[in-house]
Write a protein that binds this ligand. Sequence first.
Ligand SMILES: Nc1ncnc2c1ncn2[C@@H]1O[C@H](COP(=O)(O)OP(=O)(O)OP(=O)(O)O)[C@@H](O)[C@H]1O
Length: 249
Amino acid sequence: MGVSTEPMVHMTGVQKWFGDLHVLQDIDFDVAPGEVVVVIGPSGSGKSTLCRAINRLEPINEGDISIDGVPLPEEGKALARLRAEVGMVFQSFNLFSHKTVLENVTLGPIKVLGQRKGEAEQRARELLDRVGVGSQAGKLPAQLSGGQQQRVAIARALAMDPKVMLFDEPTSALDPEMIKEVLDTMVDLAKGGMTMVVVTHEMGFARTAADRVVFMADGRIVEENTPDEFFTNPQSDRAKDFLGKILKH
Ligand SMILES: Nc1ncnc2c1ncn2[C@@H]1O[C@H](COP(=O)(O)OP(=O)(O)OP(=O)(O)O)[C@@H](O)[C@H]1O
C-alpha cells in the first residue's frame, strides 16, 4: 500500500434508491493508492451497484465521490474526462465484436487520449503480451475463448492508464478452467501496485490478493477487515451466516 494520505477513491454519504429499494445506504468507502479491495456479500446486497457508482456509471441520489482527490461532477465533459481515469472490467467483456483485438485496445487511447495510431498500437501490443494474448491481436473477439476475451478487456482498460481499476464479477461468465487465467492476470496487476476494487464470488482471490475485504448486506457495508481477520473471525451475524453458506460449497 502507498504512503499517500489522499485516497484514490473517496465516497462519502452515498445513497442510492431503485424506486423504493434503498440499494446503497450511507456508504462511506475509501480506497488507498495501491490498495486492493474485494467486495463480497449475498446476491442483491448492492455490490455491483457500489462498484458502478464509483465512476457514476450508476447515478447516485446523494453523496460525494472523488477520484484521486478530484470530485466527480454529476455529468458533462468533466465527468467523461475523469471517468477515463477509471478502468472498468465487466462480467460480459463488452468488446466491440466487429473490431479486432488490437483495435479494441487502441480505440480509447486514439479517440479519447489523442494518441497516434502507431504509438497506441505499440502500447496495445505490450499490454496484450502482458496479459498473455499477444498472439491474438489480429483476431475478432468471437474467435477467442471467454478467458482470452476477458484478458483483452483488461488490456483495453489498462491502455487508458487508469488510476484505479474496477472489476464487476469479472469471472462469473467464464467456464471454470478459464477463471484461473483471468484471476492470475488480476493478481499480477495487484502485485504491480494497481489500485483495485473487485466484486467477486471468488473467495480464493479475496483471501490471497486482497488487502481488505468489504462485506455488504442489504445495501450497507456491514464490516470490513483484512482477509485473514474477516475469514477467520467475522464479526457480524450476517457475515457469519454468509461465510457458513458459501464455504460449505
Ligand atoms: N436497474 C435496476 N433497477 C431496479 N433494481 C435494480 C437495478 N439494478 C439492481 N437492482 C436491484 O438492486 C439490488 C442490488 O443489486 P446489485 O446488482 O448491486 O447486487 P449484487 O450484490 O451485485 O448482487 P449479485 O451478487 O447477485 O450480482 C438488487 O435487489 C437488485 O435487484
